[in-house]
Design a protein around this ligand. Structure first.
Ligand code: 4NP
Length: 168
């Protein structure tokens, strides 16, 4: 993972990004927020999500995603929004769910420094999960949503460990 230019600055402002911002990235936001709340100090963190597309702007997460997340204890209340250029200033790390999200984010980045903030979620997902991206569940059944949550619980915990261990 690329570090900020000042290696003593903790990376605490995290933006999760997918296509629609109604399935994968709001779930990632909820899972990561839960980890921070249980294991750290939420006041130190800025956690948000956005989509590369704006079709669902203002919508709550997809009802299927909310139901599957709630069963695991996550209440998803985010309202969908599109990624903006200012997100590259407002966040330290911009985590794309799949290769298409990552490619779109890199294209949107206003500078080479901004582009370095973009990382694939898969970078943090354990090899045993056997996925190198978080698959879009929108046209899938219940198992697609469960898979997303499995991958995000693993990846978000590893991301949290990575970011907090950087200062040790
Ligand atoms: P997400 O899933 O990118 O995980 O939020 C999708 C939601 C909606 C659409 C595509 C993907 N859509 O085309 O409307």
């Amino acid at each position: 993972m690329n570090r900020s230019s000042d290696s003593t600055t903790p990376l605490r402002r995290i933006l999760f990004v997918c296509l629609g911002n109604i399935c994968r990235s709001p779930a990632a936001e909820g899972v990561f927020r839960d980890i921070v709340t249980r294991q750290g100090n939420p006041a130190e963190w800025t956690i948000d999500s956005a989509g590369t597309g704006g079709y669902h702007t203002g919508d709550l997460p997809d009802s299927r995603m909310r139901i599957h997340a709630r069963r695991r204890g996550y209440e998803l209340t985010h309202r969908a929004r599109k990624v903006t250029e200012s997100d590259f200033d407002d966040f330290d790390l911009i985590v794309g769910m799949d290769n298409s999200n990552v490619a779109n984010l890199r294209r949107l980045a206003p500078s080479p420094e901004a582009e370095k903030k973009v990382v694939p979620m898969a970078e943090f997902i354990g090899k045993a999960m056997r996925y190198d991206y978080v698959p879009d569940p929108y046209y899938e059944g219940a198992e697609g949503f469960e898979l997303v949550l499995d991958l995000l619980e693993d990846g978000c915990q590893n991301l949290y460990n990575t970011l907090t261990n950087l200062e040790k």
